[in-house]
Design a protein around this ligand. Structure first.
Ligand SMILES: NC(=O)c1ccc[n+]([C@@H]2O[C@H](COP(=O)([O-])OP(=O)(O)OC[C@H]3O[C@@H](n4cnc5c(N)ncnc54)[C@H](OP(=O)(O)O)[C@@H]3O)[C@@H](O)[C@H]2O)c1
Length: 297
């Protein structure tokens, strides 16, 4: 059997095309586009490249986009005051603070200062609580888990009653996707198991998964013989396993032995080109959702 590839690159393209239409309709109805501010403190090269990608995507969709760069030595008080300014700015519907922040600033304090109704990353405790309650309470599902769920749904994978096994229990991937798949509703209603480093027999859990979601950050952790034939495998892991000398770019691998797993699974996501491209698309989707809510008030 050769698995159908679930391409994050293609699904992302479809989502961005849908959002472009929605942004047009928002502009027609309210006379202004969704507004997103990205706050970058300092000049960490990885942060600059993430922020650039977010800004370019937002601009391509027609957002009102502000890239607010602040010096490395900005005080915590000044950063909190800046966030408060955007919290009350009626043209801004989403606020992103790029992590990591310099050591003299308390990350948690800063992230918790963002108005939960503009927290399009979905990391504020209020939004984590809303995610737990589920249904209409959820404003901003966190972007990587939301991307995973979108890929499962758009690939036509049945989730209702499915055995879902999530490898990993981080706050940004494992725990939220487990909660989302267990909720009542479309693209969910699954029976979920979370496994981690203290799990006694990882293989036995993975083997019964109709949908296996792996977010461990360990290359080739999941062996081909752990995959249930015909199942859907979502590989969230991004691991640098070497350098391509010809291109000078890192060689990336997921947490699943992809080539062999693709012979057994029914559907599988590649790395790169799988979950990775989905995250920013879901961030944009959350911002559009936020704009609609704020502008309708
Ligand atoms: N957009 C994207 O594509 C995207 C976004 C986010 C993350 N990622 C990638 O996804 C991976 C996970 O990210 P994360 O932030 O969730 O990582 P994390 O915070 O390091 O969490 C990893 C989780 O995996 C579990 N784990 C690690 N080794 C394991 C093993 N041998 N057996 C069973 N469980 C194991 C850990 O268990 P314990 O809790 O017991 O330690 C932990 O819960 C990384 O490769 C990351 O780069 C990709």
């Amino acid at each position: 059997m050769t698995a159908e590839i679930i391409s994050g690159t293609q699904i992302r393209k479809a989502i961005l095309a849908e959002l472009t239409e929605e942004v047009k309709q928002i502009k027609e109805k309210y006379g202004k586009p969704p507004g997103l501010v990205t706050i970058l403190v300092g000049a960490n090269p990885a942060s600059i490249s993430y922020v650039t990608l977010k800004v370019q995507t937002a601009e391509s969709l027609g957002f009102h986009e502000i890239q607010d760069n602040q010096p490395d030595d900005i005080s915590e008080a000044d950063l909190l005051a800046l966030i408060e300014k955007y919290n009350t700015d009626p043209d801004i519907h989403g606020i992103l603070v790029q992590l990591p922040l310099p050591k003299h600033i308390d990350d948690k304090k800063v992230l918790n200062a963002i108005n939960p109704d503009k927290d399009v990353d979905g990391f504020h405790p209020v939004n984590v609580g809303r995610l737990m309650i589920g249904g209409d309470e959820v404003l901003f599902p966190p972007c990587t888990p939301a991307g995973i769920q979108e890929m499962i749904v758009r690939s036509g994978t049945e989730t209702s009653g499915a055995e879902v096994v999530v490898v990993g229990r981080s706050n940004i991937v494992g725990k939220p996707i487990a909660i989302m798949m267990a909720q009542k509703g479309v693209g969910a209603n699954s029976t979920v198991t979370i496994v981690h480093t203290r799990t006694k027999d990882l293989a036995s859990h993975c083997k019964r998964a109709d949908i296996l979601i792996v977010a461990a950050g360990v290359p080739n952790l999941v062996k081909p013989e752990w995959i249930k034939p015909g199942s859907t495998v979502i590989d969230v892991g991004v691991n640098r396993v070497g350098m391509n000398e010809a291109t000078g770019k890192a060689i990336l691998r997921g947490d699943v032995d992809y080539e062999k797993a693709a012979e057994i699974a029914g559907k599988i996501t590649p790395v790169p080109g799988g979950v990775g491209p989905m995250t920013i698309a879901m961030l944009m989707k959350n911002t559009v959702r936020s704009a609609k809510i704020h502008l309708a008030r």
